[in-house]
Design a protein around this ligand. Structure first.
Ligand SMILES: *[C@@H]1O[C@H](CO)[C@@H](O)[C@H](O)[C@H]1NC(C)=O
Ligand SMILES: *[C@@H]1O[C@H](CO)[C@@H](O)[C@H](O)[C@H]1NC(C)=O
Ligand SMILES: *[C@@H]1O[C@H](CO)[C@@H](O)[C@H](O)[C@H]1NC(C)=O
Ligand SMILES: *[C@@H]1O[C@H](CO)[C@@H](O)[C@H](O)[C@H]1NC(C)=O
Length: 521
């Protein structure tokens, strides 16, 4: 009797030693989050084309998993439909007249919990391209990825001033009639049950709602403090000249940096809707320029806007909070430039006041000067106790809640920020044959991880609080075999690199009874 008890005890110890129960855990305002393990890896090749013959790139700028399509099969695999958002098209050598769009893929995911570093799994997340929806303005004119004009806008009844690009030829450098189109740099995506969807943009920066055919039906203009201003007037240019002018080199606006409002290419990267569908939140990538946004070291305090979307045709601006972004030390930068801010690329509402946030470094990854990323996390922030700064004191043009040096005004309590899930844990990555740091090969993670999507492990509603978190990278359309306009415009990225659209799946445990999809929460 005593012998068998001892044997059972020893056996329990052995199991505990052999299996690390989790990779990491964090507790944020008494809610505990657990990163259990990396559960999957997959990719869409950088050379893939969509139904229009255009390069499928940049698809990790944002993602959304269709909740109605996610299914757990009896053989242990899962199937689903993922919507992916490329941003404004290939833009490493200037902007083009690429029509912004979303792509839909079928996914087949087969967890491989037994994968080890010594015996890694092959790719277990398989993408099959389905279709794309291209974006059009309220009158049916295609939208464009081209930089917005330095001044001016388009007007439609019931819409705020919309950023406009005036282009010549076909907007790719070939002959054509020229024209004016709404500039959209799409970086954030949320699906609605009726097939319409919300998109966060970087030019306005605005939030747009598109119908299932891709026609713009609603535009949300944020408070004036976030609108880019030059010479005292709104100026939506992001200083990203067209490719057809000097290969995109130089500036297309003066001053290049708008002194106030969102920084160039630092728009609404974060967008999420509560499980009940009634509340939308959007987070600016980093500080506005009057609040420290011009320097990585000082762009720490950024603004989160809350909208009541009970009537999605009439979003109501409800509250505003400050979120403090984390810092990282760039080993290649001078001490005076460190620490840098890890700007954010996506958010996801978990429950009540708590959210996931994807914050990361830049300049490290496949095709970058450094292969070792220092900070690439999904972290948690909590709004409990944070100050609501909505109102004329902080929202007027040139109003600021922090100094030009990024020091938060006295009396404002920002959100609580809790570090959580590190993408760069090589003992997990290597279980799927990929890595952070080391050789510049196809297994090296890309630089730009920009999306968070969540689905329950039970294939139902996640009553057991076990979830898969999907994240895709933005490959910036970097390929040596690129094409737009069905092949009328072709390119080879000057970097010489070809980057796949990489995807990771993390298995996590949320705080008890989180239920982020709960429609009655
Ligand atoms: C683990 O989590 C802690 C917070 O609980 C965080 O500070 C740390 O960066 C995480 N480390 C890794 C390797 O994930
Ligand atoms: C489970 O079934 C699906 C659908 O038939 C198939 O595509 C998938 O490969 C299967 N998974 C396994 C692990 O056999
Ligand atoms: C701002 O004013 C300067 C000087 O007059 C001018 O060169 C520049 O084009 C103006 N920029 C905008 C966006 O109006
Ligand atoms: C706007 O803010 C900038 C930066 O803080 C400051 O230099 C400038 O004087 C302000 N302009 C006005 C009109 O208040």
């Amino acid at each position: 009797m005593a012998f068998s008890t001892l044997a059972a005890f020893a056996c329990t110890i052995a199991v505990a030693v052999a299996q690390t129960p989790f990779v990491n855990q964090t507790t944020c305002n008494s809610k505990t989050y657990t990163y259990q393990e990396l559960a999957g890896y997959g990719l869409v090749p950088g050379t893939a084309r969509d139904e229009f013959g255009d390069t499928i790139g940049g698809i990790g700028s944002s993602i959304a998993l269709d909740r109605s399509q996610w299914k757990k099969l009896s053989n242990g695999s899962y199937t689903g439909v993922i919507w992916t958002l490329p941003d404004r098209g290939w833009n490493t050598e200037g902007t083009t007249n690429y029509q912004p769009r979303v792509h839909k893929f079928d996914i087949l995911f087969t967890p491989q919990p037994d994968a080890t570093v010594a015996n890694p799994s092959g790719n277990n997340l398989i993408f099959t391209y389905k279709e794309s929806i291209r974006f059009y303005g309220p009158d049916g004119t295609p939208c464009t990825g081209l930089d917005a004009d330095a001044t001016g806008h388009l007007s439609y009844p019931g819409f705020p001033d919309l950023p406009v690009a005036t282009y010549i030829g076909d907007g790719f450098g070939n002959p054509g009639p020229g024209g004016k189109r709404i500039s959209v740099d799409a970086e954030a995506l949320v699906l609605n049950p009726d097939g319409s969807f919300w998109v966060g943009d970087e030019y306005g920066p605005y939030i747009y709602r598109f119908d299932p055919q891709g026609i713009m039906t609603t535009a949300i203009r944020p408070p004036d403090a976030i609108i880019p201003m030059r010479n005292g007037s709104e100026s939506f240019s992001a200083d990203s000249p067209p490719t057809y002018v000097n290969g995109g080199a130089g500036d297309d606006v003066t001053p290049a940096d708008n002194p106030t409002g969102r920084d160039n290419n630092h728009g609404f990267e974060g967008l999420t809707v509560s499980g009940d569908g009634k509340t939308m939140y959007t987070l600016l990538q980093a500080a506005t320029n009057q609040e420290g946004g011009l320097k990585s070291k000082t762009e720490t305090y950024t603004r989160l806007l809350k909208y009541d979307i009970t009537d999605p045709t009439k979003p109501r601006y409800a509250r505003e909070y400050v979120v403090p972004l984390p810092h990282w030390v760039d080993p290649t930068a001078k001490a005076s430039k460190n620490p840098k801010t890890a700007s954010q690329s996506d958010i996801f509402h978990i429950q009540n006041d708590q959210f996931f946030i994807l914050a990361r470094d830049s300049g490290a990854g496949h095709g970058q000067p450094s292969s070792t990323s220092i900070y690439r996390h999904i972290d948690v922030f909590d709004l409990a106790g944070a100050t609501d700064i909505k109102g004329p004191v902080y929202d007027c043009a040139n109003c600021s809640m922090a100094s030009l040096d990024g020091v938060l005004n006295a009396g404002i309590v920002p959100a609580t920020y809790c570090s959580f899930l590190d993408f760069n844990v090589n003992s997990q990555l290597q279980r799927f044959g990929v890595h952070n740091g080391g050789a510049q090969d196809s297994g090296l993670l890309n630089e730009k991880w920009e999306s968070i999507g969540m689905v329950p492990v039970d294939g139902l509603v996640g009553d057991d609080d076990e979830w898969f978190v999907f994240s895709l990278s933005d490959n910036d359309f970097v390929t040596q075999d690129g094409a737009f306009e069905g092949g009328a415009f072709t390119y080879k990225d000057a970097s010489g690199f070809s980057l796949d659209n990489q995807a990771l799946v993390f298995k996590i445990h949320l705080p008890d009874h989180s239920r982020p999809f709960n429609r009655d929460s």
